[in-house]
Design a protein around this ligand. Sequence first.
Ligand code: 13P
Ligand code: SF4
Length: 302
Amino acid sequence: MLDTTTLRNDILKLKEERDAIILAHNYQVGEVQDIADVVGDSLELARAATTMDGKVIVFCGVDFMAETAAILSPEKTVLLPAPDACCPMAEMITAEELRLVKSRYPDAAVVCYVNTTAEVKAESDICCTSSNAVKVVQSLEQDEVIFVPDRNLAWYVARFTKKQILPWEGFCIVHDQITAEFVRTARQQHPGALVLVHPECRPEVIDAADHVASTSGIIRHVCTSEKKEFIIGTEVGILHRIAHECPGKACYPLSEAAVCRNMKKTDLFTVRDALDRLQPRITVPQGIARSARRAIDRMLVL
Ligand code: 13P
Ligand code: SF4
């Protein structure tokens, strides 16, 4: 059995040999965050995939994130160390289903959350992430907006616009199980703590919270706030980065059960093996990649 130090050294050596960068989402396990070149939210990682040098991107996250990197950097080798790390919400709508909705609302714009397959992005006018969804919708000319697949994010966006939002009925299995009762209990246990939640939470949780933001937005809020105590309403992996970047702040998970099993499939072993074998690779067929890229680029220029 290899120890962590040996694995880390192997990874650093292979990274050099392969001219690779390691990108990790804020929900990754601590040891993976610690070895990454960039740890961030979906938008920050998509940007890093386009701006950073390196022939190989090791994407420590879930499939749609690696697919987005492959669409944005087709000349690079994109590796997803745990090939079965998927996002169940992204599987909740297919391109065929989206085409059907579009045929029913031909005048509506189509906004897809980045948590979608490349095929669904290819059918969309513009992509968004949790950090820019409101801005993306506000930028559109159309008054009707089909928003897929997250109903909770769609309802959150609807609070900030007069446009008619037509949500798809998808949801995140991790965030959707958090209820307003969790917020009431947490506030009793930690009176005075600020409640920060992700917009994938249900509307009643959003109503009960003090601040709503993307994963990196939550981290920034903790670091820059004068408050000392926070209740964090998103996946628990984020607490590792908060502890690292905002020492001196006390953070409590809103739900200990908010664990994304797919985000936890990557560890130092899978990262080392991916770099060693240059597998598993994520590729997107050219035609789909071209159309999907239009939707992603349109978001990035905002
Ligand atoms: P962020 O873009 O806020 O990191 O969210 C991604 C995600 O999958 C949240 O569940
Ligand atoms: Fe998908 Fe939810 Fe996991 Fe985010 S936390 S990757 S939305 S299942």
